[in-house]
Design a protein around this ligand. Structure first.
Ligand SMILES: [Zn+2]
Length: 298
């Protein structure tokens, strides 16, 4: 890192190219895989790309860290690992399976009008992707914002914010019920809109990748993309110990709803100081995090 940092031009080049390159590779690889894979196998695309980007990011965190002190294990690695690789994917999968059972089939049966608000299958994949993404992000924005502002929901969401550092593994540190609820809301619009399978895969891929990239402890700069996407530069503020700074930047993939509803926060030339939560600290163990919402004073 020292060698690279000594060379300011090289360091600058890395800072501004890393994020666009990751996103470009994600988009290109997703489309390429869809061209050559059987549609039944599309579901593997987000997972394959996530694994590749995780491996790249873990290495890059140690070469270009945003904060050196966030590289140090604070006794949180084991439970963060379990949360990220077991709890979050399981909760998302259960949510995905639950939507048709508890929402889609009953509502369409009641209304008797399947697909009233559905997309035309003649529209291109890009149109499906953009509309689905804007709709899913709108629901997620409000769920996330309410999870911060409503004490009952904050008890669950504070498990994510209780982390004392922002690094790759706490991208999946959520209370299981919070993970289930947010996934449930995120996926629901796509089913009702009749989004094409290709666009659904793109939305899942981009939400996984950008959600992960928001947490990486890598000193990259997103430039103009900071006005379109929710990046690590926003998300570190979202993890600030100060409520006035953390009750901002609620998007998952996009930052546009934060711009619309005036919760966008990215002060120029400043850096977040301490991250975490005020009040009852969140345990570093998985079990402690599981019972955290039910503890007095959480
Ligand atoms: Zn939050």
């Amino acid at each position: 890192m020292t060698i690279v940092k000594k060379n300011a031009t090289l360091y600058h080049l890395f800072q501004y190219s890393f994020y666009p390159v990751i996103l470009g590779l994600t988009a290109a690889s997703s489309v390429l895989m869809m061209m050559y894979m059987h549609p039944n196998d599309y579901i593997f695309i987000p997972g394959i790309l996530m694994m590749v980007i995780i491996m790249i990011s873990v290495v890059v965190e140690h070469i270009f860290p945003y904060r050196q002190d966030w590289l140090r294990n604070k006794g949180d690695v084991l439970s963060d690992f379990f949360q990220t690789f077991v709890v979050l994917p399981s909760a998302s999968k259960i949510a995905e399976l639950a939507i048709p059972i508890v929402l889609f089939y009953p509502i369409t049966w009641l209304s008797g009008s399947l697909g009233i608000i559905g997309f035309s299958q003649e529209w291109g994949m890009l149109t499906h992707f953009v509309i689905a993404l804007l709709t899913c992000e709108f629901l997620y924005y409000w769920y996330h914002r309410i999870a911060h502002e409503l004490p009952l929901l904050w008890r669950f969401h504070s498990v994510h914010h209780g982390a004392e550092r922002v690094y790759w593994l706490n991208s999946g540190r959520f209370h299981v019920l919070d993970a289930f609820a947010s996934s449930f809301l995120y996926f629901t619009p796509m089913l009702f809109l009749g989004t094409s399978p290709e666009a659904v895969i793109l939305v899942i891929t981009f939400s996984s990748i950008t959600g992960f990239m928001e947490h990486v402890n890598i000193d990259f700069k997103a430039g103009w993309l900071n006005y379109l996407l929710n990046t690590a530069e926003h998300h570190r503020w979202h993890h600030s110990l100060k409520i006035v700074e953390s009750n901002t930047n609620y998007g998952k993939v996009l930052i546009v709803w934060d711009l619309v509803f005036r919760t966008f926060h990215l002060p120029k030339g400043e850096a977040v100081k301490k991250v975490g939560i005020q009040g009852n600290p969140v345990s570093r163990s998985f079990f402690g995090q599981l019972v955290h919402p039910f503890r007095k004073g959480s």
